[in-house]
Write a protein that binds this ligand. Sequence first.
Ligand code: NAD
Ligand code: DAU
Length: 361
Amino acid sequence: MRTYLVTGGAGFIGSNYIHYMFKKYDNDIRIINVDALTYAGNLENLVDIENRDNYTFVKADICNKEAISKIFAENDIDRVVHFAAESHVDRSIKNPEVFVQTNVLGTAVMLNCAKAAWELPDGSFKEGKKFLHVSTDEVYGSLPDDENAFFYETTPYDPHSPYSASKASSDMLVKAYMDTYKFPANITNCSNNYGPYQFPEKLIPLIINNALSGKKLPVYGDGKNVRDWLFVEDHAKAIDMVQEQGRLFETYNIGGHNEKQNIEIINIIIETLQEMLPDNDPRKALVSKDLITYVEDRKGHDRRYAIAPDKIKKEVGWFPETMFAEGIKKTIAWFFEHEDWMKNVTSGDYQKYYNDMYEGK
Ligand code: NAD
Ligand code: DAU
């Protein structure tokens, strides 16, 4: 039985990945989820699997060397899947330091502890051990408004925000471990995810939540920045396939082949909400395109992201399965069924962040 150490498993993508893995492998794997439970970590995301015998949660900071080496000492870890990070660009613009701390130093601690646990006296590594570093397409910078321009694995790094700079640094550390020690790892660089359990600071859940409450829908700049949206379950599947079928030491880009302008996304959400809400639901009257409000642009706002997922398709056989029209309906249906989840995460600290962030915009 393979044992996985998943970092950041209480966050958006990590919790979807854990659900995906138990659905796929059931009792044939064991998962240890290490998460510091920052504002973005939520154990409510995992209530349906928390009592499994083959699942363990450890509350720890990935920057805490002692805590992480203890997990490696007490468990024979076969796979590390490293999601834990500070993930929101706007927060990185306001407060960059914690991004360097978690994303760079935290990754260094994860690499060091895995290396120490897996390295043999001759400098080679125990058979079959693998580390997967989950990264982002934002490390490649920004593409022009040209629908034929894409990010490839060979695109030079050109990060612009403190977030993407910290992720680029962490990627470089993983590359350095692979080059220097032949440390058994992969890097995946993924485009924008959406789906269940996404924290409402990010565009899609923020728009769904605001529209349902009749609040303004803030559009940065001219609303024509393009993102390449990928349904989160497709991402979870890609990570597993890369780790099991990909070539070690390789980078794989994961994208949805689904580029859309932000304003298009917002219009689709409004139309889909109007279509899905029953006539007798009082929220139906609140959802309206009149809520769209153009606000001050994000500083250093990258114009366009788009991945050509050719390498992962050719080498691993993965492709994005969920069309946006289907994925957005599944996402909205999930938010309809989880009103309490949304209420819980938007109270307290998040409300304060929201007021500070959008005050004056
Ligand atoms: P998230 O913010 O929803 O979750 C991050 C998780 O990491 C949270 O559970 C948080 O508690 C945990 N965490 C933060 N700091 C920690 C620390 N010091 N120690 C231990 N745990 C800590 O993020 P997400 O959107 O799920 O992203 C997961 C990963 O995927 C990140 O590495 C991110 O850079 C990458 N990524 C995200 C997207 C996206 O669209 N969301 C796209 C590409 C890549
Ligand atoms: O590309 C992958 C990245 O996608 C991940 O690495 C990041 O962790 C993830 O947060 C995401 O980054 P973005 O900055 O692209 O996502 P966000 O949802 O914050 O914004 C998407 C687009 O929508 C972006 O162009 C900014 C815009 N936007 C966002 C918010 C929150 C708005 O117009 N209004 C908003 O209120």
